[in-house]
Design a protein around this ligand. Structure first.
Ligand SMILES: Nc1ncnc2c1ncn2[C@@H]1O[C@H](COP(=O)(O)OP(=O)(O)OP(=O)(O)O)[C@@H](O)[C@H]1O
Ligand SMILES: [Mg+2]
Length: 451
């Protein structure tokens, strides 16, 4: 068998030891490049100079993006860990194997094993190798202290981590009501019962429907016009999502960190606020948003993501997985979503855009498995004529083949009052027709989540 070619980016004294060990006859490996930093390593990987990258866990610049680029170049990554670079963090970066402490034999075994394994499906998957800690499982990364977590968020002692659902709310340009839908749907999901809970009554146990409050996290991933913070009257303009994404990129996004960046606001919603200026979009790369949403499933029963209106990926950049994509955050949310709510405005222009939007959604460059739930928002006679609901239904059936559109009526005065008060309509005018329409939508979304 040909020797495994290794790109070595190890810091300190271990570097020479590793190069000598891998170069020894019988190791089955050979060091083809000694790299001083991440940039050099990435260049060597892109040039096809090696099959495995051996890196120090604390190599500056080693983040998820860098590991993703190495993988894209077909290079497996073996990390050397220590106290400064604990195993769980290295796995969160997506490395293929971790050697927990320097040991010649373990190192050689790791380099050989990663090339023998088929490619890992994704970062942090269960198949990663950990060497140096035989028989031990990877840390589950659960919070050490739960001070940052609210009462609803406590992870049941010893129980399996929560696995909440992700809902992406998308819609074409023209302000069809993505943010309104996100917030009202979130409020409605939080107020609904997901099922029956056992309770004791008058000495006997019985099954009775009981309102079970569920926790909801709202994520503002609209990189063109974030507005969740403003809608809820939050003054702090530190974008929580960007901070969480940064932690995710460095492999340090644990539950307390995510909770800290997503404060609980009115209506008991947690909120990860969006970027305050559109130019900051590179702070929300898909590779990090992916991790944020995965972690969010542990924090909240429901994560509702307000997406940006555009879906295209820059095709010239598609083959360079490192190049940041303008719509990466939206695409990551669509890919992660269990349910995709598609919102269109119920007027002649809005309906046409919705029909095209549904086509665009079918052609997005990422797999979107979540069930689509189509919403026609602001249904009103003044825009489409008498019997507006029937008109909108008929148009969507005819032009988009959608025969179960969910309609939300128009209530400008109600939504203006909610906006002025910095609250959701669910709080401001519970029971109003629009509020009720979003409650019905919440039931629909709940039913669309795969078991
Ligand atoms: N059902 C409704 N009835 C009346 N007004 C509504 C309704 N839904 C949304 N609006 C209003 O329409 C405006 C745009 O809504 P929203 O901000 O939710 O749209 P968006 O799709 O998120 O827009 P943007 O592209 O700016 O992100 C807001 O002023 C909102 O209050
Ligand atoms: Mg919006």
């Amino acid at each position: 068998m040909a020797a495994v070619t290794v790109l070595c980016a190890v810091r300190g004294a271990a570097e020479t030891d590793a190069v000598v060990a891998l170069g020894a006859p019988g190791s089955g490996a050979t060091v083809t490049r000694r790299c001083g930093d991440v940039t050099e390593l990435l260049a060597a990987a892109a040039a096809g100079a090696g099959a495995v990258a051996l890196v120090s866990g604390d190599l500056p610049g080693l983040d998820r993006e860098a590991v993703g680029r190495l993988h894209a170049a077909g290079v497996r990554v073996v990390a050397l860990g220590d106290e400064a670079a604990p195993t769980a963090r290295l796995h969160a970066l997506g490395v293929d194997a971790v050697v927990e402490r320097y040991d010649e034999a373990l190192l050689i075994a790791a380099v050989r094993d990663v090339t023998a394994e088929p490619a890992a499906a994704g970062a942090g998957g269960p198949d990663h190798l950990v060497l140096g800690r035989p028989g031990q499982e990877i840390d589950d990364d659960l919070p050490a202290g739960e001070d940052a977590l609210g009462p609803d968020d406590a992870v049941a002692d010893g129980g399996p981590p929560r696995r909440g659902s992700v809902v992406a709310v998308w819609g074409p340009v023209g302000a069809p009501g993505r943010t309104t839908t996100t917030l009202e749907l979130a409020a409605a999901l939080g107020g609904l019962s997901r099922g029956r809970r056992r309770r004791r009554g008058r000495g006997r146990r019985e099954d009775a429907p009981q309102p079970v409050r569920e926790s909801v996290l709202v994520v503002d991933a609209d990189t063109y016009g974030a507005s969740v913070a403003a809608r809820l009257g939050l003054l702090d303009d530190a974008p929580g999502l960007a901070a969480a994404a940064r932690a995710a990129a460095h492999g340090s996004l644990d539950l307390p960190t995510l909770a800290r960046h997503s404060p609980v606001v009115g209506a008991r919603l947690r909120v990860l606020t969006g970027i305050t200026r559109a130019a900051r979009w590179p702070e929300l790369p898909a590779s990090a948003i992916e991790v944020v949403l995965e972690r969010a499933r542990e924090l909240a029963d429901w994560t509702v993501v307000d997406c940006g209106p555009l879906l295209e990926a820059d095709e010239l950049l598609m083959y360079d997985t490192h190049a940041p994509q303008r719509n990466g955050a939206t695409l990551a949310a669509l890919q992660a979503a269990d349910v995709v709510v598609v919102v269109g405005a119920a007027d002649p222009v809005g309906v046409q855009r919705l029909v095209r939007g549904l086509e665009d959604l079918r052609e997005v460059p990422v797999p979107v498995a979540g069930e689509r739930v189509v919403v026609a928002n602001r249904v009103r006679a003044s825009a489409v004529g008498a019997r507006p609901e029937a008109a909108v239904r008929e148009a969507l059936t005819r032009y988009a083949g959608v025969d179960d559109v969910h309609v939300v009526p128009d209530d400008a005065a109600g939504l203006d009052a909610a906006l002025l008060a910095g609250r959701t309509l669910a709080e401001e005018a519970p029971g109003s027709p629009v509020s009720v329409a979003f409650e019905v939508l919440a039931r629909r979304v709940r039913a669309a989540v795969p078991a």
